[in-house]
Design a protein around this ligand. Structure first.
Ligand SMILES: [Zn+2]
Length: 281
């Protein structure tokens, strides 16, 4: 295997029992030390769990995929193990519930690096909990520019301001982790770099960016895809930056991401890819 994989175990009884018994698994290329839990569904299909009804379907608030009692039971088991909990939360109700359950398990500042995956719609009154309980928002910037055409319909004009709020989330702990969410979104991480910084789609729409107050500056976006992402995987001592004693994992690009004009960012070409000092592309 030429790439490195930080795999999350899908929650299910055989998996949970097996890994709680055997503990995390680590090789040079494969790390298994986290569980992915699903609190709710997706916003587009109105499966995200909201605190108040959908603006475009007032008879529903969406739903949780596991009951609060089940989620609490599993998180309690993970809290007593060496595993990291990474919970998919889209709606503001799912984020509210999981932030409070994380808080109940973690109590205060800690180094467990538990994450909320997506953290897509977060109530203004809940955002501070990311800092209080050292929770890492792990977000996928292209969600903002893929969903922007209809997110306001689902959420209404006020609630949508707390959606895809990557800058607000980043400010809580001073960092954030970015991912691509492939295969839901395109695999190219540079599309996410453009989405996060310009808040525009591939056609540079809309002019000025979507909810541009939550755009992330370019240096932070690069860190969110490298050093901060490595931190979110407990790998910051090994990779995420080019430094002595770190593994030589890096790419060579055909243009400087800090200087290229925004409309050119998605055309960035990867010239070389190196993993552990070996050129693999
Ligand atoms: Zn997810």
């Amino acid at each position: 295997m030429k790439i490195r994989d930080y795999a999350m175990i899908s929650l299910g009884l055989p998996n949970l029992d097996y890994y709680l018994k055997h503990g995390p698994y680590q090789t040079d290329r494969l790390t298994v030390r986290s569980f992915k839990l699903y609190a709710d569904g997706a916003l587009g299909s109105r499966g995200a769990c909201l605190r108040k009804p959908y603006a475009d379907r007032p008879e529903t608030t969406g739903f949780l995929l596991l009951s609060p009692a089940e989620l609490e039971r599993v998180l309690k088991q993970l809290a007593g193990s060496g595993f990291q909990a990474n919970t998919h939360c889209i709606g503001d109700s799912a984020n509210h519930l999981i932030l409070d359950l994380y808080g109940k398990m973690l109590k205060g500042k800690n180094n467990r690096r538990w994450r909320i995956e997506h953290a897509q719609v977060v109530s203004p009154g809940d955002v501070w909990k990311f800092n209080r309980y050292s929770v890492i928002p792990s977000v996928q910037p292209t969600h903002a520019t893929s969903d922007m055409y209809w997110a306001g319909d689902r959420l209404g004009s006020i609630r949508v301001k707390g959606a895809y709020a990557f800058r607000d989330l980043m400010k809580q702990n001073g960092f954030i982790a970015f991912g691509s969410d492939f295969p839901v979104e395109a695999v190219n991480p540079l599309f996410g770099f453009h989405s996060a910084t310009a808040r525009q789609d591939a056609n540079n729409f809309p002019a000025g960016g979507y909810q541009p107050e939550n755009a992330v500056d370019r240096k932070s976006a690069l860190l969110a895809m490298t050093r901060w992402a490595a931190y979110a995987n407990f790998e910051d001592h090994l990779r995420g930056s080019i430094a002595p004693d770190k593994q030589a994992d890096f790419v060579v690009l055909d243009q400087d991401l800090m200087k290229a004009p925004a409309p050119k960012l998605r055309q960035t070409k990867v010239l070389q890819t190196w993993v552990g000092g070996e050129r693999v592309y």
